[in-house]
Design a protein around this ligand. Structure first.
Ligand code: NCD
Length: 317
């Protein structure tokens, strides 16, 4: 694997390999005082964030550092991007400066693919950390890691998600998290139900390998997990629903709805959460929610991705 640009068309064996590596890394680092492996010593990872981020940027940085890579963070406001430099020139500059891997988040769908094309002859790997409304593959991988762990009751290694039922709820239209999860979870054999108002579903959703519903209460009793999505106000121009209150009444996961889920079901949210909108505060803080576990697994999953892109290739060679 040279790049990780998306989960659409991902080979399930590749996904499972990353998830198993992440589970192994987690196991071997847990309880250690010094969480540092020498695996990527001498390698340089540059994160390039053209959109705001807390979890993704920080966990890529920590992942690189725990693997002993040199990690450099570039943001659009503090770099020559704010002087008008193009994405292509910035990418070629970072590659020339010695990047073995560029982790990119960009508001334009397809930006990571373009970058991979420009860096084709340079040997730099590209990881998509979220491109517009398109894909966010490491988020889907960390969600799958969390589901494997929670639904298997501990050791996630070798667990698959075959026949598990997962509802993805809310602003599917604007969500790269939803798209990447649909591709990955279905590739791993899970059954995905999208629950959203018609205005927040993409027009082509009929062709996706999912079930579509507008009735959250009806879907909850049969799910093994429910994933709430943030309403992406920054990508909305116009009214997609009458009011935040009405959205919350129809699609928010509150205490009553938590009671409709089976006992074992897991609640996920990629963050940042809008408490009181898509998720009630008491639900977000309940032991049924795996939200901080998702963040923790995000570090191990990103370590695994960097390992498969940078270290593994060398070993194979
Ligand atoms: C998501 C994103 O940026 O796509 N956040 C994340 O990476 N954890 C979801 C969101 O912003 O709502």
């Amino acid at each position: 694997m040279r790049h990780l640009l998306g989960t659409e068309g991902i080979d399930p064996a590749d996904a499972v390999a990353i998830l198993d590596t992440a589970a192994g890394l987690k196991q071997s680092l847990e309880g250690r005082e010094v969480r540092k492996l020498p695996t990527l010593r001498g390698r340089t990872v540059i994160t390039m964030f053209y959109e705001n981020s807390t979890r993704t940027r920080v966990s890529f940085e920590i992942a690189g550092k725990w693997m002993s890579a040199d990690v450099v963070n570039v943001s659009s406001s503090g770099s020559s991007v704010s002087k008008g430099e193009s994405l292509r020139d910035t990418a070629l500059t970072l590659a020339a400066a010695g990047a073995d891997c560029v982790v990119v988040r960009h508001p334009a769908s397809g930006a990571a693919h373009r970058l991979a094309g420009w860096l084709k002859d340079v040997g730099t790997s590209v990881v998509n950390a979220g491109d517009g409304m398109h894909e966010h593959p490491t988020q889907a991988l960390l969600d799958a890691a969390t589901l494997r762990e929670r639904l298997a009751g501990g050791d996630a290694t070798g667990q698959d998600l075959r026949d598990r039922r997962i509802a993805i709820v809310g602003d599917v239209l604007h969500s790269r998290v939803a798209r990447s999860n649909v591709h990955l979870l279905t590739a791993l054999g899970a059954h995905v139900t999208l629950v959203a108002p018609p205005t927040l579903l993409p027009t082509g959703v009929g062709a996706w390998p999912v079930t579509v519903s507008h009735d959250l209460d009806a879907e909850l009793p049969s799910q093994d997990a429910v994933m709430l999505l943030r309403v992406q106000a920054e990508r909305m121009h116009g009214g997609f629903f009458p009011s935040a209150r009405e959205y919350s009444i129809a699609y928010g996961l509150n205490e009553r709805r938590l009671g409709l889920l089976p006992e074992h079901a897991v609640v996920l949210h990629p963050g940042p959460m809008l408490r009181g909108m898509e998720i009630a505060s008491s639900v977000a803080d309940s032991p049924r929610a795996a939200i901080t576990e998702q963040v923790r697994n995000g570090v191990h999953v990103r370590m695994a991705v960097l390992y498969h892109l940078l270290a593994h290739e060398e070993e194979n060679a």
